[in-house]
Design a protein around this ligand. Structure first.
Ligand code: HEM
Length: 487
């Protein structure tokens, strides 16, 4: 029978809305051996703390209204205290809880460690904690660090941490925080992040995330909803078809977590060593430097977020949230084929509708301190672990093989994607995603907007984003948590 229409009160808040946050803690745990039933008991006390989509939406509304009101009165907007809590389980976690049914996603079933090779990771870079077999992750987000720590302590008490009959053990805990001041919302390379998200049918009413695309069907993000039928792009034989989900999977979502270290001074030094000429226009006051132009073309957006496809030669902060652009399939003058946002959302490069099942909702947060003067001077990241920085990348989708895994392996790491070259021998092979792509050679074409130079490959040699671990999790619906996980 068809499931009842979606009630967003049933869906954990991070998936469809996002938890309001300046600080976020990812508490990776294992369920203690022999403590599965104690854990289930504790989970019952934990569930009321979980932030639903409705609650997360209300919080964002309060902020938006508060900001408007403060602006009207010419006052600064005060921080609203909040805390958001979510939970998700790996396959190993489900097994520890005694689940025997198959959720229907082979990548989830095998875990990210088994997928690391296909993702292009170097396992020697992986932190040992992510090789230990994590059972789950409790996410706590807050605008105030004290509130965050208080909430974490409350959760630890629920799971009896520090007591003899403790039901979970910490594997590792990662802390993210938004960057300071004007950099808030920008990742460590300096670019505004988290801008482009798919609108979800009948959830994001009135939100047109991409005016040139329809909202995605709910099943692209949520299991068991329309669009999660396992039947994907016609002619694509690589994805499983006709997936059956167990009933407890309804309104859950797969969370792909990636612990991504970023080499910021090295990235900046590369831009400075390879400046682009501001062609075709002669330089004028306010024009970007050649290094800034190159950075914008590697990402596909300027640091403000303005898409290079709409404003190719200059940043324009007023364009930061614009989504109304389409790439020209045969041309990379305005945006390189390999630019990070073109690789991960090839608007117009594929047949209409061809990207719906590839859309993911991103909820990452930056971690680590700002670059120090010393690092900047030496153009090299410090070896001091305390100065490690990067992105705690989180994304949600109903099918990992259609979403995150596909995007990394078949788009970012694939030098032939987008497939613009096949029909026209004059259009060069795009190369790999300069931000997250792994491959040999690690290079791209089209970095320069000057068409006479656009076939020239740009070699990156080094990687600037180093995956240090990760896991695939399942974020269950709240009714499933109550009826299937906690009892
Ligand atoms: C967009 C940075 C990792 C998928 C963006 C944007 C930036 C960015 C600056 C443009 C702003 C926006 O629309 O949000 C980074 C950095 C990463 C990283 C610095 C690593 C440290 C990843 C990974 C994936 C990914 C691992 C998935 C495999 C996407 C997608 C978009 C995006 C889907 C939106 C594209 C669009 O719809 O236009 N990223 N990203 N990113 N990124 Fe990443």
């Amino acid at each position: 029978a068809a499931p009842r229409p979606l009630d967003i009160n049933n869906v954990q808040g991070d998936i469809l809305e996002g938890l309001g946050k300046k600080h976020q803690s990812f508490f990776f745990f294992r369920i203690k051996a022999g403590q599965a039933s104690g854990f289930r008991d504790d989970l019952r006390s934990f569930i009321p703390l979980i932030t639903t989509t409705t609650e997360a939406k209300k919080f964002h509304q309060a902020i938006n209204e508060g900001k408007k009101e403060a602006a009207k009165q010419g006052k600064p907007f005060p921080l609203i205290e909040n805390s958001g809590v979510n939970i998700a389980f790996s396959k190993k976690g489900l097994v520890a809880l005694g689940f025997t049914d198959d959720i229907g996603d082979p990548l989830f079933e095998n875990g990210m460690l088994a997928d690391a090779n296909d993702l292009g990771d170097d396992l020697t870079d992986w932190d040992a904690d992510f090789k230990k077999g994590i059972h789950g992750v409790i996410t706590v987000a807050a605008n105030n660090n004290n509130v965050l720590e208080r909430t974490v302590d409350r959760i630890k008490k629920i799971f009896r941490v520090g007591q003899k009959d403790v039901t979970i053990e910490e594997v590792t805990r990662l802390l993210g925080q938004t960057r300071p001041g004007a950099e808030s919302g920008h990742e460590h390379f300096g670019f505004n992040d988290g801008l482009s998200q798919p609108a979800v049918q009948n959830v994001d009413a009135g939100v047109i995330s991409e005016p040139l695309e329809k909202p995605v069907r709910q099943g692209v993000i949520l299991l068991g909803r329309e669009g999660d039928d396992g039947l994907v792009v016609p002619g694509d034989s690589t994805t499983p078809k006709g997936i059956k989900r167990p009933s407890w999977a309804l309104d859950g979502s797969f969370l792909a977590f990636r612990y991504l270290k970023q080499l910021v001074p090295e990235f900046d030094a590369f831009l400075e060593a390879n400046p682009l000429k501001g062609v075709p226009f002669p330089p004028a006051p306010g024009d970007p430097t050649g290094a800034e132009l190159l950075g914008a073309r590697l990402v596909g957006r300027w640091k403000s977020g303005a898409p290079v496809d709409l404003t190719p030669m200059r940043d324009n902060p007023a364009f930061a949230h614009r989504q109304d652009f389409r790439f020209d399939q045969k041309n990379q003058e305005r945006c390189p084929f390999a630019a990070h946002v073109r690789k991960t959302n090839p608007r117009g490069d594929l047949p209409p509708g061809g990207t719906e099942v590839r859309r993911i909702i991103r909820r990452g947060i930056a971690f680590g301190p700002e670059v120090t003067d010393e690092e900047r001077k030496q153009k090299r990241s410090s070896n001091d672990e305390k100065l490690e920085r990067g992105l705690l990348f989180v994304c949600y989708q109903s099918n990992l093989g259609n979403g995150f895994h596909f995007m990394q392996q078949s788009w970012a790491n694939n030098k032939n994607f987008p497939p613009t070259t096949q029909s026209d021998p004059n259009v060069p092979t795009p190369g790999i995603d300069p931000i997250i792509g792994v491959g040999t050679p690690r290079s791209m074409v089209g970095a320069s907007p000057d068409l006479s130079a656009s076939n020239q490959p740009l070699d990156f040699t080094a990687k600037w984003v180093i995956p240090r671990g990760g896991e695939y999790f399942f974020s269950p619906s709240i009714p499933a948590l109550k009826s299937k996980f906690a009892s």
